[in-house]
Design a protein. Sequence first.
Length: 289
Amino acid sequence: MANEHLILSQVGIAFPTPNGPFTALENVNLKIEKGEFVSLIGHSGCGKSTVLNIVAGLYQATTGGVILDGKEVDEPGPDRAVVFQNHSLLPWLTARENVELAVKQVFKKSKSKAEMAEWVEHNLSLVHMEHAMHKRPDEISGGMKQRVGIARALAMEPKVLLMDEPFGALDALTRAHMQDSLIEIQARLNNTVIMITHDVDEAVLLSDRIVMMTNGPAATIGEILKVELPRPRNRVELANDPQYNHYRAEVLKFLYERQRHTEQKEPVESKKQDETNVTPIGKETVRAA
Ligand SMILES: Nc1ncnc2c1ncn2[C@@H]1O[C@H](COP(=O)(O)OP(=O)(O)OP(=O)(O)O)[C@@H](O)[C@H]1O
Ligand SMILES: [Mg+2]
């Protein structure tokens, strides 16, 4: 069944803290279809990364659970690749070797050496990194490192690509390039994607649905916005598209009217600083990257 691909059912989590358990998430319910691109947006500290980590199998939900293609998720696995904001490449390996390591992990038994080598190069070329594949992370730019991280994730052929603010640390121009390549790759491969972002424009541009989370503690899904803009989407054309601007306004209204950030009552240890920041003109981000 198309709509039974990835299910988050009654997901809740309480973290132990010195002041007692801290309920970060409660009753998170979401069904994601195969090939769907879903963004998670919400104020800092509401629980977006926690949701992603539960789907990744890195955190165990205290209540409820996650089901991927009929199987409960209870540990990390190559069917769910994660791209973190701060690219997590091994510094002593070249771009190529970083991707190769992941490929070997997944395809050691099913692909020959030559097939694996070709697959590594193919994925580096998807993110336009074939020219720099013999460089180490300290020899390439932040955007390039992020591209290698994405190539590594894609090369594992995950059912689900989990991205936690993948472009958050990049400058605006590189970010736009990366968004465009992600749109292109996803259109080609039809991966299911869950991406956390603080960037309202990024969410509207990339997503089929935008999942907007309420503030914590006990955060949950507040609203879900279906983005029905035809694909391929063109950022320049969309800037003046009334429908695009309507979606954008809906997200901003949710964040700044319905979920205006108030000081959270939570244990000091787990308190995060909210850096909520809206630029008056142009591009809005929930938090400055
Ligand atoms: N391991 C942990 N132990 C205790 N509390 C935690 C833990 N991980 C997260 N939290 C708390 O759970 C809440 C949600 O955190 P999370 O990192 O998921 O937020 P977020 O929405 O990703 O924020 P940001 O946008 O700043 O990345 C926060 O209050 C955080 O302090
Ligand atoms: Mg986070």
